[in-house]
Design a protein around this ligand. Structure first.
Ligand code: NIG
Ligand code: FE
Length: 445
């Protein structure tokens, strides 16, 4: 990785003079997650890409000799900046219709999240707003959010259905997610979350709705190849552990990877089930038990923490000290942790993975190294793309974000803005101040 090969490495995009290139090798090599060497930092580094793949990462001092840029190669002068893998957001609820500012006001007035859901609001009000929106409106809203994510350095976005809650409506959302992925520069990984809430028609009969998910939805999602993963909201008020086991076992048998909204607002054994089923991730985990965490560490199930959601639920549902203790417990048990935005109109009206990284320290006490791993290597693993994205080792997808800060620690430290200068996806500059670069252009900060 750092040697100067005899024949210069051909490249069509090269990033020079960065204060740090965080290569983030996909395998932690048995080091503790908090060890900064996990990030594979090249101080004073350069990075080269060709044909949509990373081809070389190494010290700037070797770049002149090592690299053979093609005549019209794009060159980015990244002095004073750092280069990290394109960030991965492993948990979002795109696409959806409308926002829910009025419920936020209700919650400040004393109503809890689950009370609003039980009264037919919450997820169910977004289901209604989504049904009322045209495909064009949902696509436009989804593109707007993906634009914001991409400009913030996120190049891979998991996207869950779950605001349909009946067959055609769920298939529609997955098709729209697929269309977003085909037409937007961000990579979209679709997840089927038909079991997101019990729809009004099945009120008091969650088992009846589970049958629909099992017998109608899952086979159709499979037949049309609309999702990679199947998720479920396992929580009192939504679906029980037993119902979750049924849905996810069937999903697994059909070839879907499985994910869970687990132990978000109470301890129900979600983490244990995720581990038992070999889920790729269990998300939220605010009330996961120690035994569940241990089991997840053993099964290699990634724990996805969602600090923006925590910020929204602080107060009635969760308290800050509890979150910190919980994260300490998960880390002590050896659970690999990822970070996501949870972008949704109820608990996380934000597209900013940078905000999630910055809050991960404040809310979960996650050190900057672990926060960076959480938005790269571990998030990639949580969407089944470990080793392909979330890393800049040669051979990986050429997705990178260049931040106008001197160290990765600044990303975790700074709060609330967008520190990104350029974003590259599949070897193409997709976010650039002043518009897309011309062939062979040299970009300077
Ligand atoms: O991850 N917990 C369930 N689903 C979302 C919230 C969805 C909504 O409120 O619309 C979550 O927090
Ligand atoms: Fe969620």
């Amino acid at each position: 990785m750092t040697g100067g090969p005899a024949t210069p490495v051909a490249c069509d995009l090269v990033i020079r003079g960065a204060s740090q290139v965080c290569v983030i090798p996909p395998d932690g090599g048995g080091l503790l997650a908090a060890d900064p060497s996990q990030l594979g930092i090249v101080g004073g580094g350069a990075l080269a890409m060709r044909g949509g793949r990373v081809v070389w990462a190494g010290p700037e001092s070797l770049a002149d000799r090592a690299l053979g840029p093609e005549p019209d190669a794009t060159v980015i002068d990244a002095s004073g900046c750092i280069v990290v893998p394109g960030l991965v957001d492993p948990h979002t609820h795109l696409p959806f219709g409308g926002w829910r500012a009025h419920e936020y006001s209700m919650r400040l007035g004393g109503a809890s999240y689950l009370e609003i859901l039980a009264a037919g609001g919450g997820i169910l009000s977004t289901v209604a707003a989504t049904a009322a929106a045209t495909d064009q409106e949902l696509l436009a809203a989804g593109r707007g959010i993906l634009d914001e994510m991409l400009a913030g350095g996120t190049t891979t976005v998991e996207a869950k259905s779950g605001y349909g809650l009946e067959l055609e409506a769920e298939l529609r959302l997955l098709r729209l997610a697929g269309e977003l992925g085909r037409t937007h520069a961000a990579r979209v990984v679709p997840t089927f979350l038909g079991a997101h809430a019990v729809p009004p028609l099945y009120r008091g009969n969650a088992d009846g709705y589970v049958e629909v998910v099992l017998e109608e939805m899952l086979p159709a999602v499979k037949r049309f190849a609309l999702a990679e993963f199947c998720d479920i909201f396992c929580e009192p008020g939504a679906f029980t552990v037993e119902q979750s086991r049924r849905v996810l076992t069937r999903a697994r048998a059909l070839g879907f990877g499985v994910k869970m909204h687990a132990d978000e607002m109470s301890q129900s054994g979600g983490a244990e089930l995720a581990a038992e089923l070999g889920a790729v991730s269990a998300d939220h985990l605010l009330f996961a038990s120690e035994a569940g965490a241990q089991a997840m560490a053993r099964s290699g199930t990634i724990g996805v923490l969602l600090p923006i959601t925590v910020l929204s639920l602080l107060g009635d549902e969760v308290d800050a000290g509890h979150c910190r203790r919980q994260a300490r417990m998960l880390r002590a048990q050896g659970v690999k942790l990822a970070l996501g935005t949870d972008c949704n109109p109820g608990t996380a009206p934000s597209a900013s993975i940078q905000l999630a990284i910055a809050l991960a320290g404040r809310i979960f006490g996650l050190p900057p190294v672990e926060a960076m791993l959480g938005a790269t290597r571990h998030a990639a693993q949580a969407v089944g793309l470990g080793g392909q994205v979330g890393t800049l080792v040669p051979g990986a997808r050429a997705d990178a974000a260049i931040f106008g800060v001197p160290s990765y620690e600044d990303i975790a430290y700074r709060l609330g803005g967008n520190l990104v200068r350029w974003v590259i996806k599949d070897g193409r500059v997709v976010h650039c101040p002043g518009g897309p670069p011309a062939a062979g252009e040299r970009l300077v900060s």
